[in-house]
Design a protein around this ligand. Sequence first.
Ligand code: COA
Length: 336
Amino acid sequence: MALEILATGHYVPARRVTNDDLAKTMDTTDEWIRSHTGIGSRHMAAEDEATSDLAYEAAIAALEQLAPGKALEAAQTIDIVVVGTSSPDYYGFPSVACIVQDRLGIKNAGAFDVIAACSGFVYSLEAAAGMLNQGRKRALVIGADVLTKITDWTDRGTCVLFGDAAGAAILEKTDAPSTGAGRRGIIRTILGSDGSGAKELMCERGGTRNPFKKGETIEKPITLYMNGRAVYNFAVKAFTDTIENLLEAEGITMADVKKIIPHQANMRIIQAAAKRLGFSEDKFFMNIEKYANTSNATIPVALDEYARSGDLERGDLIMTVGFGGGLTYAGNLIVW
Ligand code: COA
């Protein structure tokens, strides 16, 4: 029995905002953003667009690939909906997964969100995989975020980094082998965390630790705080360790891996990791220039773009690797 990704899809909001657009309203430049991050533009959700709207469109794109012209019919075959997100439509509940389940008209499926920040899509895949191994057949796994609505637009050190997007994958338990020759699907996953670094990347207000109080004057909406330098250092180590550990655990080398689909947080993190590991940056599929950091969505969006590029063939071995708030890190090896 293998856990195979049968189809993928993604969605980005229509509004594209370039670095030069940002430079009109804040003290920054296209040159600074590109040279420090590799980002050229990002897409931003409209006023009336929430995370579940992006997640729904990405799900439709994946279902459409699975069953052209019959996406909503194909949705009926889903047994479980899992959404990795850091920016749900509503505080606490309902989950984005339930909103998407309802809009797709899926009956008799479990639905829940996963909070693992930018590692969330890999965590969500693993959660879904565990459930498929317990008897369910097909899962809709989504990574979706609208971080631009929880970004502090007066903090130029963080706001230029983020964008909005969603990516989706249909994961199924199939009869293909998961070991030996001809194996397919997700063959190994690493999930990790270091909660001691929680304060380096967090939304401090609004939760039960620090709730808004009656009568309090709210000076700014809930926004994320990031200690860029600390996150950078964690990220480079988490990236390199996860890649090395996946290779070592599987007894393979980078030559066996066709492409790494990394979390797209900062081009310089990828460059530093590639240098430490001694292999070319070309091993990584990058689209950060177009979309910036879309948190839970970066890996599934990149996976979808890579899968549709024509370069990814059945039987190819690829790797995902990510890190994020929590702090968390995660990666997996997938035979396509
Ligand atoms: N435009 C222009 N100048 C900016 C700027 C911007 N958008 N943001 C910061 N600066 C300035 C700073 O004010 C500082 O100026 P100073 O030297 O006069 O004080 C200078 O640029 C350097 O700032 P610094 O914060 O040291 O830059 P950096 O090289 O560490 O890069 C990040 C900052 C955020 C790009 C980098 O730390 C990073 O990518 N960290 C990881 C973030 C991440 O991955 N987050 C997502 C986790 S999922």
